[in-house]
Write a protein that binds this ligand. Structure first.
Ligand SMILES: Cc1cc2nc3c(=O)[nH]c(=O)nc-3n(C[C@H](O)[C@H](O)[C@H](O)COP(=O)(O)OP(=O)(O)OC[C@H]3O[C@@H](n4cnc5c(N)ncnc54)[C@H](O)[C@@H]3O)c2cc1C
Length: 490
């Protein structure tokens, strides 16, 4: 039966669930506080530059195909997907550069150059990563966990030991590789999941299957093409979208929400799906008697890093970069400590540089470069104007030193985006960029629930919920939540 559904938030999670619910015949209204859609994946356009403000790695293409397939569409109906080669470039200590090519032989050769028998070891490592990935895709990523028993089913118990849920990734990788460079290549993606390799379950060696076996892709036009595609689907199925409209609370009858209040008015609702930061919805939008999680729950969560980001338009081309570039400092534990142990601005930080104009001429004026610098930093770190500008100067010098090329002399456009921007623009708890870290206690059934335990007609989706952080994951969450609503609201 068609219901009036209000979706809060217009990032990938809100858009993807809104389109699915509208396809089911519901009357869906989506409310987004910012003036543009996309959430953390908003696009900033200025002076001929097109900056993807958040995600830039398009991974697990099969998830996107599956999502669009639910509407009888293909990815190619919306954008052209390009495989990247090399997948990425890594800068190590003392200006050593390693490129990871897109083909298997090239990857094996790269690992063989890092460590004796590195190629043979990598084959074995990737074999187990693929095994875990297949189980994850078939058994637990697309699944709703109502309780611990639905998680610990027979298959999970029998196959659990091979999934290495209880080992840490860092220890696990050390069983295969001694060389710190090889280990870092197999561990860096933990930052995508908001965690450090020393605190991540070895289950997440899956991520090496994701980048090294499945490849790294790029939607021509940028990640914003995906936002546009989802908006198109929403509009096609009749979703009413209001941007620049912030949700401020709810009206209730008993424990059920009856309408959603915004700073402009109110919307009657039979069902509400929040894709806004979970902590914001719980702590700031719900009355205390309707909250599922206590303040101490939120204070004790391991929050994923925030980010120090610079969007840079450069009036020249850079010689030493490819599309995706990473720098891994020699002692990267020191950097992880500044994020997870003793919050502070990192010195000699690891960083990521995205240069999409290497692949896509539409994101920068001719002869110029579109550059995105990202340094993971601690959530909740104090930032003010002086600090962010000081750190920007430091970070730029550091980057120039590592890549061996000047940047500062060619800057035409510069914007800094960091902790307080995440808090202000997205209501991000402690200014986290990625939501909740994927520690063992915050994985699968242990992530905040899709269905409120206190408000029967309130559902949650997005990166806080299972399966978690990342664009493919929030598309999976949309499918889970629309299925859950179908099941619960018959
Ligand atoms: C810098 C960065 C780089 C990343 N890189 C990658 C990558 O390369 N690959 C990848 O797969 N993933 C990446 N991610 C992760 C990925 O972007 C996120 O997991 C995903 O975009 C989260 O989508 P979401 O819809 O759950 O949240 P959001 O995008 O945050 O959407 C939530 C929306 O709710 C809105 N909102 C909040 N409060 C209210 C309110 N009261 N009323 C109305 N609206 C409200 C917010 O404004 C926001 O638009 C990256 C993230 C960041 C920040």
């Amino acid at each position: 039966m068609a219901k009036k559904i209000v979706v809060i938030g217009g990032g990938y999670a809100g858009l993807s669930v809104a389109a699915l619910l509208a396809k089911e015949g519901h009357e869906v209204t989506l409310l987004e506080k910012n003036t543009e859609l996309g959430g953390r994946a908003r696009v900033w356009k200025t002076k001929g530059y097109v900056f993807d403000m958040g995600p830039s790695w398009y991974l697990m293409p099969e998830v996107f195909e599956r999502y669009f397939g639910l509407f009888g569409k293909k990815v190619s109906d919306f954008y052209e997907l390009k495989p990247l080669d090399p997948l990425y470039r890594i800068f190590f200590h003392k200006k050593e550069i390693v490129d990871i090519p897109a083909n298997k032989e090239g990857i094996l050769k790269a690992f063989a150059s890092l460590e004796k028998e590195g190629d043979r070891k990598l084959v074995a490592y990737l074999k187990q990563a693929k095994y875990k990935y297949d189980i994850a895709m078939n058994e637990f990523l697309y699944k709703e966990y109502k309780n611990i028993f639905s998680f610990l089913n027979w298959k999970m118990i029998t196959q659990g030991t091979q999934l290495h849920v209880f080992a840490t990734l860092d220890r696990f990788v050390r069983k295969y590789f001694h060389d710190h460079r090889a280990r870092k290549i197999l561990e860096y993606a933990m930052v995508f999941l908001g965690n450090s390799p020393k605190n991540s379950p070895a289950l997440y060696s899956i991520m090496s299957h994701v980048d090294l076996n499945l490849g790294v892709w790029y939607p021509m036009g940028g990640m914003g093409m995906l936002v546009e595609a989802m908006e198109k689907l929403c509009r096609q199925y009749g979703v009413t979208i209001h941007t620049g409209e912030e949700v401020t609370g709810f009206e209730y009858t008993g424990s059920r929400i009856t309408s959603v209040r915004t700073h402009k008015g109110s919307y009657p609702a039979e069902i509400v799906v929040s894709s806004a930061d979970y902590a914001h919805t719980e702590r700031e939008l719900l009355d205390s008697s309707h909250q599922t999680y206590s303040e101490s729950y939120w204070q004790s969560r391991v929050m994923a890093p925030s980010m120090f980001i610079m969007y840079l338009g450069l009036g020249k081309r850079l010689k030493n970069l490819t599309h995706h570039n990473l720098y891994f400092s020699l002692d990267w534990d020191k950097h992880f400590d500044t994020i997870f142990k003793t919050p502070s601005w990192p010195q000699d930080p690891c960083f990521y540089l995205s240069c999409p104009s290497k692949t896509d001429p539409s994101v920068a004026p001719e002869g110029k470069e579109n550059l995105f610098l990202l340094v993971p930093i601690a959530p909740g770190l104090m930032d003010n104007d002086e600090m962010r500008h000081q750190y920007a100067d430091y970070a730029l010098k550091h980057v120039e030193h590592v890549i061996g090329e000047s940047i500062t002399d060619a800057i035409e456009v510069k914007r800094i985006f960091t902790v307080s921007d995440y808090a202000n623009d997205y209501h991000a708890f402690k200014g986290t960029a990625l939501g909740m870290a994927h520690t063992l206690n915050q994985t699968a059934v242990f992530r905040p629930a899709h269905h409120s335990k206190r408000v029967p007609n309130l559902y949650y989706t997005g990166h806080y919920t299972h399966p978690g952080v990342g664009v493919p994951m929030v598309l999976i969450a949309a499918e889970i939540v629309s299925g859950l609503i179908k099941e619960e609201e018959k």
